[in-house]
Structure formats: C-alpha cells, structure tokens
Write a protein of this length. Structure first.
Length: 402
C-alpha cells in the first residue's frame, strides 16, 4: 500500500495519536526530552500486538479488532509452520555444533528482515547486527491507519512476509515492496521474528553512526527536524522510501516475553550497501571492527560474497569472526582456506541456485560438498541448490597442527 499521505508526525502529534494506546494498556512512554534519545516503545508494542500478533494486550479503540483478529488467525498458522519446520529442528541441529565459548555478538550481513534466523542460530546472542539495503521504517504510521488502510497494509505485509515464515528468508522483491506504506518491512519483519521466538520489545530507538563508527541515538528534536527529508535508496536499482531518513537505522531491545529478569538482547539494523566502494572505511565498517570477535551468519545473499566487488566485507569477516553458519552464499573455499578456516558441509550441493552466480566458485563449492561425507540437514537454511537440495556449511578455525 502506498501511503504517501501518512507522514511522520512531529513529536507532539505523535504523542497525541497514541493516547488511545495508553488507555488500552499499550504503554507509550512520553516523548524524550531534546537531549535524550527518543524511544518509540509504544509504537514497537503496537507492531508487536497488531502486526506480529504478540501478547494479549487490549487493542487501542482506534484499531479495528476484527481486522486484527482475522490477520492473527492467519499468522497463527504461519507461526505453527515456522516453529515445526524450522525453529524446532534448527535449534536441535545447532545446539551440539556451536562452540562453548562462542561470542554473544552476532553479525549478519545481507540479513534483511531475518532477526528470527539469528535467534534460532545463536540463542545466547546478546547483541545482533543485521545489514541490508532496506531501511528500518517509520514506526508511527500504524497507529494512524483507518480500518480500510489497516486491512490493506496487513494484507500487503502478509503477502511480503510469506517467505520469511514459510521459507525462512525473504526475497529482495518482497522487501522492496515494504519500503513504502503503513507497515514498513524491516521493522515489521524483525519484530515478527522476535515474536515468533518468544520475545517482547523493551525499547525501539533510531540511530545513526558518527564518523568514527560510534552509535548516536536520535533525539525527538532530531527526528522532527529530519521529517521533510525522505530516505533515499542506498543502491541503484533499489527503491526510494516514502518515510523520513530519521528512520533508516534502528535499535530494537527485547527480552523473553513475560520475564522482566531475562537478559536484554540488543538488535541493530543498518540500511547500507556492502559493496567495496560504499563499505570500505565507512562509519559502518569502523563500527563493526570495534566489536572485536563475533559469530557470523549469512544466507540467501545473492552470492555477493563470491564477487571481487564485495571483498571488503568478506575480508572483514575472515579477519574477525570466530565461527560462521551460512548456505553456499557464504565465504568461498579458497578465501576461507587461506585465512585459516575449514568448512564443514551439510545436505547436498550440486550448483548455485541462481544462474548468474560465478561459475568457478560454484564448481569449487560443488567439489567441497563432494569431498565430504553426506551429513543430513533437516530444514532449509537460505537458498536450495540448483536441484532444490537443502544445504548448509559451517566455517570455523582449523585446528592447529601438533
């Protein structure tokens, strides 16, 4: 749904728009003072309840309950499939494979909308960073949608998010669809993944990076000042948004639902182009380097890390990661080997899923799988191969020779 008429309201108008949510039990904190980070927890809770169907809080009077109930009935079936076919077998699969001393910091390049997979793969994570071409999105529009707009926006969201809960990742086409409208894709997909794994939001703030890579949390005044500036695409051939650039990058903090003593998990999503020219020595590059050692993952990443034009993100991973899970779109064998890693294969791989993938790397990946015993993989993790085989690989440090 294209909702160019639904714009980010100034802080005062936003507070007024959510008064109804307060009355209905969806607590909305006061807008932060000018020198404080603006927290959009009320909006996050509304997404959690209305879009992701999390919790049982009463709906605000302005939100049509019948529309939400019908939506959540469909979402319940999707969550059941997601849990049975992906979450349960994947958790059991990864549990004995993860090293005991694995860092609790996770970096997921090309990970648009897929917080759920990060939580499945790394359940002990305390800080998760996803990076993709898509922007986080304006959280304030949902509260202002009328019944007709809400029904259309939820239908668009279900259509675009089908792959997330059925195939456990999302196509670029589906994510582009939600770069505009009342329910932006990254925000809604990440909250959906969080809800599907049994978490609830604790805060939602919007961030930018200083030149040295440090995180700056936007204040209400800064967000208001940026309202007229629309977020532009970060790569040619993508799409411009219809919301403010204040909402490009987000920081979502959450914990186990219903347990106020549970540890907090901080998830940051950055809208960024990871091609060499845009990434090298950028604030994002510096921000990631400052994290030290981390666990990594990627999947369904269009084989970009096979290309010379993405060597910087590939080299960054190999220099700093402790352990990585991926499909065949991860690090090619020749680079992993040179950096001191070994790769352990699961499932079958006979060639890349996309015809345009680099042929020589595809052949190297095929040889990698053929050189190892077949290890069963009971769930899909990213792309299948050219013959619809499920596959996955773990890239880990080679044991030092005695």
């Amino acid at each position: 749904m294209h909702s160019s008429h639904v714009t980010a309201a100034p802080a005062a108008a936003r507070a007024a728009a959510l008064v109804a949510a307060l009355a209905a039990g969806l607590a909305v904190p006061a807008v932060a003072a000018a020198d404080d980070a603006a927290d959009f927890l009320g909006d996050a809770k509304l997404f959690y309840r209305v879009v992701a169907c999390g919790g049982t809080d009463p709906l605000p009077p302005a939100i049509d309950a019948a529309t939400v109930d019908a939506h959540c009935a469909q979402m319940a079936r999707r969550y059941q499939h997601y849990t049975e076919k992906y979450v349960t077998p994947a958790r059991a699969f990864f549990a004995p494979l993860r090293p005991a001393n694995l860092p609790t910091t996770v970096i997921y390049p090309f990970g648009g909308g897929d917080l759920g997979s990060a939580l499945v793969t790394f359940p002990d994570a305390r800080e998760i960073t996803t990076i993709s071409l898509e922007h986080a999105g304006d959280p304030t529009r949902l509260a202002k949608l009328d019944k007709k707009q809400l029904r259309a926006a939820l239908a668009a969201y279900r259509d675009a998010s089908e792959g997330l809960l059925a195939l456990y990742d999302s196509t670029s086409e589906n994510m582009r669809k939600l770069e505009r409208g009342g329910i932006p894709g990254q925000l809604s997909f990440h909250i959906t993944g969080m809800a599907a794994l049994g978490y609830e939001p604790v805060s939602l703030r919007f961030i930018t990076l200083e030149p040295d890579g440090k995180v700056h949390h936007r204040t209400a005044a800064e967000i208001d000042a940026l309202a007229p500036k629309k977020a532009r695409k970060v790569k040619g051939g993508w799409v411009d948004t219809d919301f403010s650039e204040a909402f490009n990058h987000m920081e979502l903090t959450f914990r186990r639902a219903g347990d106020p003593r549970a540890p907090l998990v901080v998830h940051r999503h950055f809208a960024a182009n990871l091609a060499n020219q845009a990434f090298k020595d950028s604030p994002l590059h510096k921000h990631l380097i400052a994290k030290g050692k981390f666990a990594a993952m990627t999947k369904a990443a269009s084989y970009l890390m096979w290309l010379d034009g993405f060597s910087e993100i590939r080299d960054f991973l190999l220099a700093n990661m402790a352990w990585m899970v991926s499909d065949s779109t991860g690090v090619p064998p020749r680079f992993a080997r040179k950096a001191g890693f070994v790769q352990i294969t699961y499932g079958s791989f006979t060639g890349p899923f996309l015809e345009e993938a680099d042929r020589s790397t595809g052949e190297a990946m095929t040889k990698l799988w053929a050189s190892q015993p077949h290890r069963k993989l009971p769930f899909r993790y990213g792309y299948p191969d050219a013959n619809a085989n499920l596959h996955l690989m773990i890239t880990q440090r080679a044991e030092p020779k005695p």
